[in-house]
Design a protein around this ligand. Structure first.
Ligand SMILES: C[S@@+](CC[C@H](N)C(=O)[O-])C[C@H]1O[C@@H](n2cnc3c(N)ncnc32)[C@H](O)[C@@H]1O
Length: 283
């Protein structure tokens, strides 16, 4: 039986996925194919270099040591996996997207990291060995069945489990652009407050730390930015859309060095963590 927090979570995620599916048929379900097509661009933005300056990395370092084993759930191209690996015993990097994992594997090899194991699959359905610390960064809001995902995360770690989630939804910043094209606001996704509620419903005691993270999007030109924003705004690739977006973005983007960036320099994110109950809590 799911409680009200889990039900609310599912409704929010499903409504948002349905909206994406309606706007971009066949691409909106956020499965492995969706991430495969975005892996290269995502990796360019979310590189290893961005991880070491990130507050979440510093928090992970405080909870791990040379002998720690770790799992990075939904690792993407592996910014946290690659940053942590030199300082821990072993990292399991799991993701359903083969392209994301290829980038992670390649970078691990280039950095001479022999303690990274890449595993392809969805977290809910893939068995990995139990570890000391389990974490998942910017993944949970894509998953309708939060209790299943979180119960598994809890059961997989012996010392600490972590979620890293946006604390000020990107939608709030994008809202004027979204409304311009779609005539109404985007369906809201769940937040870290909803995640904490689901964890409490599962009998867990989450601790929350809100941190400030630098925005990473940088564009060489307005046309370059328009491609990225078109995807984020779920718009079709037509000449009219490209032109309209370029005009709007002229006034929207701000100079960052010799490139262009999003209006806010930093945005808040939430580190949600708890002491795991372990496999006894499974059920
Ligand atoms: C926004 S990216 C975050 C990547 C990385 N954790 C980071 O913070 O840079 C989301 C990632 O979650 C993965 N993902 C989506 N659903 C998942 C699931 N059910 N289990 C594991 N990973 C999932 C996607 O393939 C994608 O690589």
């Amino acid at each position: 039986m799911k409680g009200p927090a889990a039900t609310r979570w599912r409704k929010l995620v499903q409504a948002r996925l349905a909206e994406m599916e309606r706007l971009q048929a066949g691409r909106g379900t956020l499965g492995a194919a969706f991430w495969d097509t975005r892996a290269k661009r995502f990796a360019a933005r979310m590189s290893l270099a961005t991880a070491t300056g990130d507050p979440f990395y510093r928090r992970l370092r405080r909870s791990t040591g040379r002998r720690s084993t770790v799992v990075d759930v939904g690792c993407g191209p592996g910014r946290f996996t690659l940053a942590l690996a030199p300082h821990v015993a072993a990292v399991t990097a799991l993701d359903p997207s083969g392209r994301m994992l290829d980038i992670c594997r390649k970078q691990a090899r280039a950095l001479g990291l022999a303690n990274v194991t890449c595993v392809q699959g969805r977290w809910e359905e893939t068995e990995v060995p139990r570890v000391d610390v389990a974490f998942s960064s910017y993944v949970l809001t894509l998953v309708p069945d939060a209790p299943r995902f979180l119960t598994k995360l809890d059961a997989s770690a012996t010392e600490r489990a972590f979620l890293y989630l946006g604390a000020y939804t990107a939608d709030a910043i994008m809202d004027p652009l979204w409304r311009h094209f779609h005539g109404r606001s985007r369906k809201p996704g769940p937040t870290y407050l909803d995640a904490a509620d689901v964890l409490r419903e599962l009998g867990l005691a989450p601790e929350i730390e809100v941190v400030e993270v630098a925005t990473r999007a940088r564009f060489k030109s307005v046309a370059d930015a328009a491609k990225d924003y078109r995807d984020q705004l779920c718009l079709p690739d037509t000449a009219e859309v490209r032109k309209e977006l370029r005009e709007l973005l002229e006034n929207w983007l701000v100079p960052r060095g010799d490139e262009l960036g999003a209006p806010l320099k930093t945005v808040p994110a939430a580190i949600v963590s708890w002491r795991p109950r372990g496999p006894r809590g499974l059920g």
